[in-house]
Design a protein around this ligand. Structure first.
Ligand SMILES: *[C@@H]1O[C@H](CO)[C@@H](O)[C@H](O)[C@H]1NC(C)=O
Ligand SMILES: *[C@@H]1O[C@H](CO)[C@@H](O)[C@H](O)[C@H]1NC(C)=O
Ligand SMILES: *[C@@H]1O[C@H](CO)[C@@H](O)[C@H](O)[C@H]1NC(C)=O
Ligand SMILES: *[C@@H]1O[C@H](CO)[C@@H](O)[C@H](O)[C@H]1NC(C)=O
Length: 615
């Protein structure tokens, strides 16, 4: 862009540290497991400032990638030369090959500072969050795939780089635009660790969901939970995939007997735990600790608060190792200095069952969980809340999930999404604080949409617990707390039966699903039975399944903490059509961006003219 035509290069006399740059970084992460590549950053209104520290005296590079691979990436790379001068430039990669210098008029990294000592190269730069040039990447609100590379040597030419080889490179998903500033904890803070105990992760399956019963110890009265963080047993970082901490609609009678018991979730766990379905909080791999807003806390230890929790730990063991023994878990921070507001968790989802059906061979199929306005409104009325203040969201899908979007509708108008991640990564999920607290008013509805890519699959992907199955769940943290916890709905399966050529259907209490009653060859079959007998997937059939997400009548679960129905009879007509969908402003289509492009083009013309004159 015009404002960054010149690459400003400052030579740092001593090492570049936060002290010499004057920058206070708010976030940091190692980008590699060997801990050779360390990134610190801070986000300001329109810019991001990053400091990269790599254990090499050669070339270093960091890039913003669409998917973790090189093609399509925006790369900042360079080295500190033997002359002590830094040589850093903006490149882009069109393919898995040497990146291309992005042109003199297109250098988008500025305020570059760089230095090296005997072992490390440190580089610090600032860039705009939004860049309006096809060779440059905008830093996303959701997940960003950051790529990195380094080489032991300096290149001989500042615009050509050295091949990093197979090992000195990698990619890491990062949440960049949400600085998690540490919060001063009150003096009376106490911690409660909820840990597994030497659990031997099964070596005969890829995915294990371990459920552990935890009796909450006597906390000496009501407390507010104000922060949580993971406690991962060193060495098991790759296997411990997520934790979900559930409360139970109905708690086991003998808490002591259930304390410390464990079992495979929804398989050989105690029957009483099937009542433990309300997510209190969740952490997943890649996430860090979470601080609640200063004016809100999650009540714990009070008379009516949960006495029992179920900790679900998802272990991912693709290599089927049989030597993983784990004692990881969660650490909760509690305070007696109660905050003004009680926090609730609202689950907007489709049922985690076969009712969720994603066609195979689809580049983009969107599951829609519609939280109806009538359900939300009843929930608010029941506690006389005039609005819900949503401050964090935890979207959850599995491996086929590509984008997640929590939409917010008011009457005929859709408002800006509550949270959207266009680069969803199953391996990087966490409860994300929203940029601004969002108010949900009576009459509003919320949609959780998950878009999946199943081009590499030949069978239907069903909703389910295994990572090969799918989920579409948004947990919203908000205040003031309602009794309502589950605002869920999913299409009735007669839609799918009709799509699969049934000409008439009825509900079968026997099969607890719709069955076809005609034509003769489909009689008594459910949609799932027809699907499992093998169908030919056409674009038409996929499109029919997609239409069902918004046009089919629905089953609804609008329920409280004890799974008591808050509103409705469990069925709903198809959700209302959103008359005026939200259209996000394109920050690059404005006159400024156009002017910048014209300016850049003009500059190139002028330069071409000068070059021609010189020649
Ligand atoms: C070189 O820089 C790295 C990274 O800042 C630092 O950890 C290391 O101590 C430095 N080495 C010397 C000899 O100063
Ligand atoms: C991030 O989200 C905020 C508010 O939700 C929005 O204003 C902003 O434009 C988004 N930024 C990007 C880079 O998408
Ligand atoms: C877990 O195993 C380790 C190593 O065998 C042992 O030292 C520790 O006491 C065990 N912890 C518990 C709580 O049993
Ligand atoms: C369908 O099921 C009903 C009730 O179980 C049974 O009476 C009927 O014979 C079945 N029809 C066919 C064609 O299988």
């Amino acid at each position: 862009m015009w404002t960054t035509v010149a690459l400003l290069v400052f030579v740092a006399v001593s090492g570049v540290t936060a002290a010499t740059t004057g920058v206070t970084f708010t976030n940091n992460a190692y980008l590699d497991e060997a801990m050779n590549v360390f990134l610190q950053w801070r986000r300001d209104e329109t810019t991001v400032t990053m400091q990269l520290e790599v254990q090499t005296r050669g070339m270093v590079a960091i890039g913003f990638s669409p998917n973790g691979n090189m093609p399509g990436s925006d790369i900042f790379a360079g080295y500190v030369g033997d002359d002590g001068q830094p040589y850093f430039h903006d490149f882009y990669a069109e393919a898995q090959e040497h990146p291309v210098y992005d042109g003199d008029s297109n250098q988008n990294y500025y305020d570059v500072l760089a230095t090296e000592n005997d072992t490390h190269t440190i580089v610090c730069f600032t860039r705009r969050i939004v860049l309006c040039d096809s060779n440059d990447k905008t830093v996303n609100n959701g997940t960003n795939r950051v790529i990195w590379a380094w080489h032991a040597d300096d290149p001989t030419d500042e615009r050509s780089l050295l091949y990093h080889g197979a090992t000195n490179r990698g990619s890491r998903s990062l949440q960049i635009l949400y600085p998690r500033t540490e919060q001063a904890l009150p003096d009376d803070v106490q911690t409660l660790e909820l840990l597994n105990v030497n659990y031997s992760v099964p070596g005969n399956r890829h995915t294990t969901y371990l459920c552990r019963g935890i009796k909450i110890p006597d906390l000496g009265g009501k407390k507010h939970l104000i922060r949580w963080e993971p406690v991962i047993q060193p060495g098991n970082e790759g296997a411990v995939h997520h934790f979900v901490l559930y409360t139970c609609g109905q708690e086991p009678a003998d808490l002591d007997a259930h304390d410390g018991q464990e079992g495979i979730c929804y398989s050989n766990m105690p029957d009483e735990w099937y009542h433990c379905t309300i997510t209190l909080l969740a952490w997943a791999i890649g996430g860090t600790g979470f601080n609640l807003p200063q004016n809100a806390g999650i009540s714990i230890g009070d008379t009516n608060d949960p006495k029992f929790l179920m900790l679900e730990t998802h272990y991912d063991n693709p290599d089927m190792r049989d030597d993983i023994v784990d004692s990881s878990g969660l650490r909760l921070y509690l305070t007696s200095t109660l905050r003004t507001n009680e926090v609730g968790v609202l689950q907007v989802a489709v049922e985690v069952r076969q009712s969720q059906k994603i066609p195979p061979g689809s580049a983009s199929h969107t599951t829609v969980a519609h939280c109806y306005s009538e359900c939300l409104q009843q929930g608010m009325e029941d506690v006389s809340a005039s609005a819900l203040n949503v401050f964090a969201a935890f979207p959850h899908a599995h491996l086929a999930g590509r984008t997640v979007n929590i939409r917010h509708v008011r009457g005929a108008n859709e408002l800006q999404e509550i949270f959207k991640d266009e680069f969803y990564d199953f391996n990087y999920q966490e409860t994300v604080p929203l940029e601004e607290t969002r108010q949900v008013l009576p009459g509003d509805s919320i949609l959780m949409e998950c878009t999946y890519d199943t081009t590499d699959r030949s069978d239907v992907t069903y909703g389910g617990l295994a990572t090969a199955n799918e989920m579409c769940i948004a947990w919203l943290l908000y205040y003031p707390k309602m009794a309502l916890t589950r605002c869920e709905s999913w299409p009735m399966s007669d839609w799918y039966l009709t799509s699969l050529s049934a000409t008439s259907t009825e509900y079968s209490a026997d099969k607890q699903d719709f069955i076809a009653t005609a034509p003769a060859n489909l009689v008594n079959l459910t949609a799932d039975e027809i699907l499992s007998s093998g169908v030919t997937w056409t674009d038409e059939l996929r499109a029919a399944f997609q239409r069902g997400e918004t046009q089919a009548a629905r089953f609804e679960l609008c329920a409280d903490n004890s799974n008591n129905i808050v509103h409705g009879d469990g069925t709903r007509p198809a959700p209302p059509v959103i008359e005026f969908p939200w259209v996000s402003a394109d920050e690059c289509s404005g006159s400024d961006a156009a002017a910048a492009n014209i300016a850049a083009n003009l500059l190139m013309l002028v330069m071409a003219y000068i070059i021609m004159k010189v020649m």
